[in-house]
Design a protein around this ligand. Sequence first.
Ligand SMILES: Nc1nc2c(ncn2[C@@H]2O[C@H](COP(=O)(O)OP(=O)(O)OP(=O)(O)O)[C@@H](O)[C@H]2O)c(=O)[nH]1
Ligand SMILES: [Mg+2]
Length: 201
Amino acid sequence: MSERTPISAVILAGGQGRRMGSVDKGLVELRGKPMVEWVLERLRPQVDEVLINANQNIERYGEFGVPVFSDAIGGFAGPLAGLHAGLREASHPLVVTAPCDSPFLPTNLVARLADALEDAGADLAVARTFDQSHPVFCLCRREVLPHLEAFLSSGGRKIDRWYETLKVVAVQFDDQEAAFSNINTREELGSFEQGPSQDVI
Ligand SMILES: Nc1nc2c(ncn2[C@@H]2O[C@H](COP(=O)(O)OP(=O)(O)OP(=O)(O)O)[C@@H](O)[C@H]2O)c(=O)[nH]1
Ligand SMILES: [Mg+2]
């Protein structure tokens, strides 16, 4: 086995949280802990560096002890804007992303994405459960940055459309579907407060 290529993780916390009442979702607490901290704790052992992408409350995010940066293209252009800024800020040749609102993400997310990326010689590996893609859980080569810049410059914003222009490998996590649970509303937050997802944490 050759030595593993170092990996940076970017937690995407740059959205506006409109479905939750326009709150900064990463800072919303689940079981007494901000959601971004759940994600940080899950990702940290899997990578060589973690960064947070946020567009509001930058000082508060700074309290988690990792670098924080905002989108380089303004106007809340979506998760691709966070990936774009992340590829610019990351120190390592591979960059994995995870959203701030999926607190139970797999503890082997990065290892499985990285193995698949290397095996397939792909530009990007994306997580999938059954027939559902999870495009904000991806691992890509930092060298795709110029390609992403060109896509954004031409007005592209949709993450799936950008993936269509790359060599992408989908990685099945059917055994861990609940780990991709995504919290978008107060109701969803409430349903996880009591711990129905015990099997995944
Ligand atoms: N950097 C950045 N990230 C974003 C942006 N919009 C959404 N995201 C992130 O993309 C991921 C998935 O987005 P959503 O679940 O739709 O989150 P959201 O946009 O904050 O929530 P809604 O406003 O309810 O759609 C989350 O990690 C968000 O933080 C954006 O404009 N910039
Ligand atoms: Mg959104």
